[in-house]
Design a protein around this ligand. Structure first.
Ligand SMILES: *[C@@H]1O[C@H](CO)[C@@H](O)[C@H](O)[C@H]1NC(C)=O
Ligand SMILES: *[C@@H]1O[C@H](CO)[C@@H](O)[C@H](O)[C@H]1NC(C)=O
Length: 343
């Protein structure tokens, strides 16, 4: 994990904890941060049930903005901003906006040596894939959606991968239903987490998945609308897991959008705004997203990652994540739970 500047993180963590525990009574009323908070609340349509709630959220907002500004002053790879998650703590963020089941990494750390052998082989295949690919330019990626306060990332990740391969094979972009997966795939826990591979299995066994407009997203788990189960707008034959190293992942993404698990729990990820995300992050997977391309910007190689936190987060809903990192796990464990649907 040589890419993490530990003293920087320690400094930011101390700053955050300190700022967050400062007693409320210390605040002067002419704090310029209040004006900024008012504007932020208007932008994100926030209301509070009473003054106490409002003050509590303001203190969290203020601590977050101080952290964001301290970070932006020293980090040159990417920038943070006070986005829609600016009035919640990192703990609340982790609790409500992800949704991969816990400890879901497919690669025990002991397997790394074996994976190194895999990447040796994979490196030989380097010539075969294009230098860059962006499935958005080929019409294989739908609009960025917003999972809201529901841990259904796994459904969004799987749907984006299926929409991708369906468009690549048929030339038609059909936007598909996450809600059908949230309500009807009983192997997973709806808004409390799931796996993309379970979603693929569900769709294969069900014979298909209906469209977004036929079974729209509701942001909460509801009773399965069984009458929709035989509406098949797209289907898959199954899926394949990708060997956990960057070259195998690159080969897969060269053919189609790929579902991946990542550790998205850091504050840096919570407030990511633009640039190539380089961490800090661990490799304990907690979030499902979809890689829809890769490229290089001169300095950094990166993955183009479609998220499901709305178009207001990150780069119009996307994050560019550094690739070409030390070891086989990839940044934030991005190689360790990768899979793609087969049609
Ligand atoms: C806030 O509400 C307005 C009007 O209802 C809406 O147009 C806008 O998209 C909302 N903004 C956000 C960030 O939800
Ligand atoms: C893919 O990986 C998942 C997660 O470890 C595992 O449960 C599943 O059996 C694997 N599927 C295949 C087809 O290898």
């Amino acid at each position: 994990m040589g890419f993490i500047n530990r003293s920087l993180i320690t400094c930011l963590v101390i700053l955050f904890v300190f700022a967050n525990t400062r007693p409320i009574s210390c605040e002067k009323d002419d704090d310029p941060m209040r004006e900024r908070y008012k504007n932020w609340m208007a932008k994100y349509n926030r209301t509070h049930k009473d003054d106490r709630q409002r003050e509590k959220r303001f203190q969290i907002y203020k601590a977050n903005v101080e952290l964001i500004e301290a970070f932006n002053a020293i980090n040159e790879d990417y920038k943070l901003t006070d986005n829609q998650f600016a009035d919640i703590t990192n703990t609340e963020f982790r609790e409500h906006y992800m949704g991969l089941k816990e400890s879901s990494s497919r690669v025990p750390l002991l397997d790394i040596k074996q994976n190194e052998e895999h990447s040796e082989k994979a490196r030989e295949m380097l010539e075969a894939v294009p230098q860059k690919i962006d499935w958005r330019e080929k019409g294989a990626v739908s609009e960025v959606r917003d999972q809201g306060r529901c841990g259904a990332c796994w459904a969004f990740s799987a749907v984006a991968a299926i929409e991708g391969i369906t468009q690549i094979k048929s030339g038609r972009m059909v936007t598909l239903s996450e809600q059908e997966l949230v309500d009807c795939n009983m192997i997973d826990d709806g808004c409390y987490g799931g796996f993309m591979t379970d979603a693929f299995d569900f769709i294969r066994l069900n014979g298909g998945l209906t469209t977004e407009s036929d079974y729209p997203y509701r942001g909460q788990q509801e009773e399965c609308k069984t009458s929709k189960l035989d509406h098949h707008a797209a289907t898959i034959k199954g899926y394949r897991n990708v060997t956990a190293n960057e070259q195998s992942l690159l080969n897969a993404v060269a053919s189609q959008p790929v579902s991946v698990g990542i550790d998205a729990g850091s504050m840096a990820f919570q407030f990511y705004s633009s640039g190539v995300f380089t961490g800090p992050c661990g490799v304990e997977l907690n979030h499902g997203v979809t890689i829809v391309g890769y490229d290089t910007d001169g300095k950094d190689k990166y993955w183009i990652v479609k998220n499901s936190w709305g178009a207001g987060w990150g780069e119009k809903g996307y994050v560019r994540m550094k690739r070409g990192v030390e070891g086989d796990l990839g940044l934030c464990g991005i190689t360790t739970l990768a899979s793609y649907p087969l049609v």
